[in-house]
Design a protein around this ligand. Structure first.
Ligand code: HEM
Length: 214
């Protein structure tokens, strides 16, 4: 675990670069998708130049998001596996939301809510990829019967809207927990931040420090 004075490395450079590349691709894929779904958002397809360009690029942007999330999955899955102490976080979720600090919640590197979000993001992107490939007219759609295409379009729409809502929640929480966006930009968070939001992780880091000093 790399530290600079009192700062703790939370997210490594390749992970940060991948995260922000996903943000860019997701924004463009989501806005072009929304432009076809809701007529009021039709202007959004102009963000990729022309509606034709949006039609062409949308599937490739989606695949880029999927590839980025595969990398994130490999790097982050170990922190997002269920832990016995997650139950404590769920039981005290009202205090977490109201920012009331009581007894330590034994939160590891990511809290139970972040873990749920992580798995929902991964589930949505798999659904989006599979349904998206089936309905991709340029390459694959002709191999599938109409009822399968209809099902794929339905699944794609539900998973797409679902993922956009999840990401809006993710952005809201990232802004709400002060210091976490700085962590995703610079890689570093303060030791006080770790103690406040991830007490079990803080204890693990302290134990590692004590071990290193021996
Ligand atoms: C403006 C948009 C976004 C902002 C401001 C943002 C912010 C953040 C921040 C601050 C973290 C680190 C949280 C922490 O250290 O506790 C994070 C993690 C993460 N973000 Fe985002 N994010 C955005 C968009 C996205 C998008 C579009 C995706 C995927 C489609 C995504 C997927 C993830 C994942 C998988 C993690 C790791 C979380 C975990 O392991 O539990 N983010 N994001």
């Amino acid at each position: 675990m790399s530290r600079k004075q009192d700062r703790i490395l939370r997210t490594k450079l390749p992970e940060r670069l991948c995260h922000w590349a996903i943000v860019l691709c997701f924004f463009l894929a989501a806005t072009s998708g929304l432009s076809w779904f809701f007529p009021t958002f039709s202007w959004m397809s102009g963000l990729l130049g022309t509606p034709q360009m949006a039609r062409l690029l949308h599937p490739f942007l989606g695949i880029a998001v999927f590839a980025g999330l595969c990398f994130m999955f490999v790097r982050f899955v170990k922190y997002n596996l269920p832990a016995r102490t997650d139950a404590l976080w769920f039981r005290n979720v009202a205090d977490v939301i109201l920012n009331r600090h009581g007894a330590p919640l034994r939160i590891g590197k990511y809290n139970a809510g972040q873990k749920v979000l992580f798995w929902l993001i991964m589930l949505s992107i798999v659904l989006l990829l599979v349904s998206g490939l089936i309905m991709w007219r340029a390459y694959f759609a002709e191999f599938f019967p109409i009822p399968v295409l209809r099902l794929a379009i339905l699944a794609h729409s539900v998973a797409g809207i679902g993922l956009i809502l999840l990401i809006l929640g993710h952005i809201y929480l990232a802004i709400w927990v002060r210091g976490s966006i700085t962590g995703m930009v610079t890689g570093y968070v303060s030791r006080a931040w770790v103690r406040q939001h991830h007490d079990r992780w803080a204890a693990e880091l302290d134990a590692q420090d004590a071990e290193a000093r021996k």
